[in-house]
Design a protein around this ligand. Structure first.
Ligand SMILES: Cc1cc2nc3c(=O)[nH]c(=O)nc-3n(C[C@H](O)[C@H](O)[C@H](O)COP(=O)(O)OP(=O)(O)OC[C@H]3O[C@@H](n4cnc5c(N)ncnc54)[C@H](O)[C@@H]3O)c2cc1C
Length: 455
């Protein structure tokens, strides 16, 4: 079969990404700055009775309140998997940003009532019916704190990802409904006119986006695939091969990932992210290499040929297609973190990429190495490709033994141009150590690309 070569114009160059990213950030800042004018342009009567520091407290409290509301609006937009944003920032980075913005929102949510109460000389609102919008605000604050705490410290509470995600979306929906009601009724500013309309439009858009995320659970994407086979691929790992149901090809670049949702008699219908380990140069079938590490993945070998898998994607920018076109490539993979590199290597072999490539691949044991024969074969197919295997937990004959550290890495990279593109993917600790090490060794941080298998 003739290999399909990707058109590199399908990928935004770094310059275009910086320009578009800058425009997006500018637009967000402009919207936030415009929102700040609302408490000034549409003053409520409460501000007329405040003077001096109390007026400043009230105004600042209101400005923080509108900032918080705008950030909540963008939070939903960020996790709506908008393809345009993914092509500029990559979904992984967007999700990290979403989590950080959540923490900023929690701080604003705590400060906002403190300043409003400070404007009342720190006198708490009496527990009377007419202050219900203010008490609703306290409810919103509690919801926000619960959302942010469980999102950032989920593992401390021992909550499984899928359960947490359902909870997160449900509580967010409730928080947005409460927040919208709070805004519309707490101050005259938002009771009519443009501010009122803006709040309703923003809430409507958010509701639509959240419903879209919910519906995805029941109608998981348009791309329907059928499982061709599931085969063992190294210790605790399986290769899942799928074909499009309609013959429609999934356009992707090597190294990208998708969300897969199986409809199977034996694997729960949950959506999980996996890298496409096959190459876009052979687009008729897709392959995923999945290591059984948890509740859901330990069932993956029970997926049967003929069963359906829905696919949403592709996402991500962890690919040699977005880096330089000719500089050497260094890949550092830990365990199953090899999958994006595998896709890139398969693609580069198919298109006879002449670049110098070094793969440093750390595995627990020799048995954990997936497709060992294919990697040997890739060494023959690629003109300038070398592999260094690291085995951390047992003796591996010709392989290097023990954990990869800066000293070992420095030796391995001796003679490699500091202008190489470095790709790192693997367990969190290893990625942290390796990215720090390559930067210390002298590689530019702008050329170090990371992919964490965690959203
Ligand atoms: C971009 C990306 C690419 C990935 N590529 C591969 C790959 O090629 N091969 C491979 O074996 N693994 C890959 N993973 C990891 C894989 O998604 C997780 O191992 C799997 O979802 C764990 O599910 P579990 O229920 O078996 O494990 P658990 O023990 O329940 O979860 C382990 C961790 O995986 C994450 N996780 C669990 N469920 C989900 C979910 N539904 N959505 C998002 N994250 C979740 C959470 O951080 C959780 O703490 C990738 C992950 C990401 C983010």
């Amino acid at each position: 079969m003739k290999a399909k070569r990707m058109d590199s114009s399908e990928v935004f160059t770094l310059k275009i990404r910086i320009a578009l990213g800058g425009m997006c950030i500018f637009l967000v800042l402009l919207i936030i700055a415009s929102a700040w004018t609302i408490p000034f342009l549409f003053e409520s009567s409460s501000i007329l009775y405040k003077f001096g520091i109390e007026k400043t407290f009230l105004r600042t409290g209101k400005v923080l309140g509108v900032t918080l509301a705008v950030l909540v609006f963008f939070q939903i937009l960020l996790v709506s998997r908008l393809k345009f944003l993914d092509r500029i920032f990559s979904l992984n980075r967007i999700v990290t940003f979403h989590r950080m913005t959540g923490i900023a929102i929690a701080f604003l949510a705590l400060l906002h009532p403190v300043l409003i109460i400070a404007a009342e000389n720190f006198t708490l609102f009496p527990f009377e019916k007419r202050y219900w919008p203010e008490f609703l605000g306290v409810g919103v604050l509690i919801f926000i704190l619960v959302i942010v705490t469980t999102a950032n410290w989920r593992l401390m509470f021992n909550i499984a990802y899928d359960k947490w995600l359902r909870f997160h979306r449900l509580v967010t929906l409730a928080a947005i409904a409460l927040m919208t009601t709070h805004i519309l009724f707490v101050s005259e500013t938002f009771k009519s006119g443009l501010p009122h309309t803006l709040v309703l439009v923003a809430a409507g858009i958010n509701l639509m986006l959240i419903s879209r995320l919910w519906l995805r659970r029941f109608f998981p994407g348009k791309m329907r695939f059928v499982v061709s086979n599931v085969e063992p691929a190294g210790k605790d790992a399986y290769s899942v091969n799928v074909r499009s149901h309609s013959g429609r090809i999934l356009e992707h670049i090597p190294g990208q990932f998708v969300f897969i949702t199986p409809v199977s008699a034996s694997v729960p219908k949950e959506e999980h992210p996996f890298t496409i380990s096959s190459t876009p140069s052979r687009p008729d079938a897709l392959q995923f290499v999945i290591r059984s590490l948890g509740d859901w993945t330990s069932n993956i070998n029970r997926l049967k040929a003929g069963e359906t898998v829905f696919i949403d994607g592709p996402y991500g920018l962890f690919s040699h297609m977005i880096s330089s076109k000719s500089d050497p490539i260094i890949m550092i993979a830990g365990g199953i973190g090899i999958t994006p590199m595998l896709s890139m290597l398969r693609y580069m072999a198919d298109v006879d990429d002449p670049r110098q490539i070094l793969l440093i691949w750390s595995n627990k044991t020799k048995e954990h190495i997936v497709f060992p024969e294919e990697f040997k074969n890739l060494k023959c197919r690629l003109q300038n490709f070398n592999i260094i295997h690291i085995i951390t937990h047992d003796s591996g004959g010709e392989n290097d033994i023990g954990r990869l550290d800066q000293t070992k890495l420095e030796k391995m990279l001796n003679g490699w141009s500091r202008k190489s593109d470095v790709f790192v993917c693997g367990p969190f600790e290893m990625m942290k150590d390796m990215t720090r090490a390559v930067k210390k060794i002298g590689f530019s941080s702008a050329r170090v690309y990371k992919e964490e298998f965690k959203l």
